[in-house]
Design a binder for this molecule. Structure first.
Ligand code: NI
Length: 269
């Protein structure tokens, strides 16, 4: 969710564990996620093809679905632990929990950035800026325009909560942008940072990108991000989780999967 000074001038790419290719391997990512979503009962469709790549929305409504949740990953192309973590989450999510969810997924928003290991899309646009009432002078990216055009559907999909998976190459620590309808972070936010803390040191109190961090949380920070837009539109709780991309890639993927599991488990109680 970061601001432009964090743009990587060169690609950031990591080997995947067990010699399974590289973190920017879009062909392998497609080959793994398409059958996995099908096997777990998700319907999947393209919202469009920005810059020639599919922007997918997947959805599954369980037999006992009580809560509607949205998980979104891959806004920034040099933050690949989110998309790969989503695969691990989908493989490990208990069926009993899945049946309690009406779960929607944006599995990889910025394919042209992901496949090059670069933050921005192939047009040099930031897919996590330009949304909603706090966008300032930023214009949406081509992916953002597509998501904005599906705003009502995405808002309905995130009726009971939103999780966005990001990474940060700056701080060598984890932190979370948390959104709750209370002035102070509540149990939802504290559980997510506690989960992240099982994998990485938590960012010390202070400032990141001009935002105040306390207890690893940047709370109710409204900017022109996707998550800020949906919260401003009525989503009750949301989080943008940040894993430290200077750390081991496999550990980051595991952390992202654990954060997704924590998110759906908390919201389905
Ligand atoms: Ni990011």
């Amino acid at each position: 969710m970061l601001t432009e000074p964090h743009d990587a001038p060169t690609p950031l790419i990591w080997p995947r564990p067990s010699d399974a290719g590289a973190s920017n391997d879009w062909t392998t990512f497609q080959a793994e996620i398409v059958p996995l979503l099908e096997a777990r009962g998700f319907g999947m469709r393209e919202l469009g093809r920005p810059l020639g790549h599919p922007l997918w929305l997947a959805r599954r409504s369980g037999r006992a679905a009580q809560v509607r949740l949205l998980i979104a990953t891959g806004f920034h192309g040099e933050e690949p632990a989110g998309p790969w973590g989503l695969l691990d989450f989908l493989r490990s999510l208990p069926q009993t929990l899945l049946e309690r969810l009406d779960l929607s997924l944006l599995p990889l928003v910025n394919v042209s950035g992901f496949s090059r290991g670069l933050r921005l899309n192939a047009r040099g646009e930031n897919p996590n800026r330009g949304y909603g009432p706090h966008r300032g002078g930023d214009r949406p990216s081509i992916e953002g325009e597509l998501l904005l055009a599906h705003g009502a559907e995405l808002l309905a999909a995130a009726r009971d909560g939103l999780l966005c998976a990001h990474e940060d190459h700056g701080p060598d620590a984890t932190y979370v942008y948390s959104f709750e309808p209370t002035a102070e972070p509540g149990a939802f936010s504290r559980s997510l940072i506690a989960t992240a803390a099982r994998y990485f040191p938590v960012a010390p109190d202070g400032e990141i990108d001009g935002c105040t961090v306390r207890g690893g949380l940047i709370h109710n920070q409204h900017d022109g991000s996707f998550e800020s837009w949906l919260v401003a539109s009525g989503v009750p709780v949301a989080a943008c989780v940040e894993t430290p991309s200077r750390r081991d890639f496999g550990c980051r993927v595991a952390a992202q999967a654990a954060l997704m599991l924590d998110f759906v488990a908390q919201r389905s109680l």
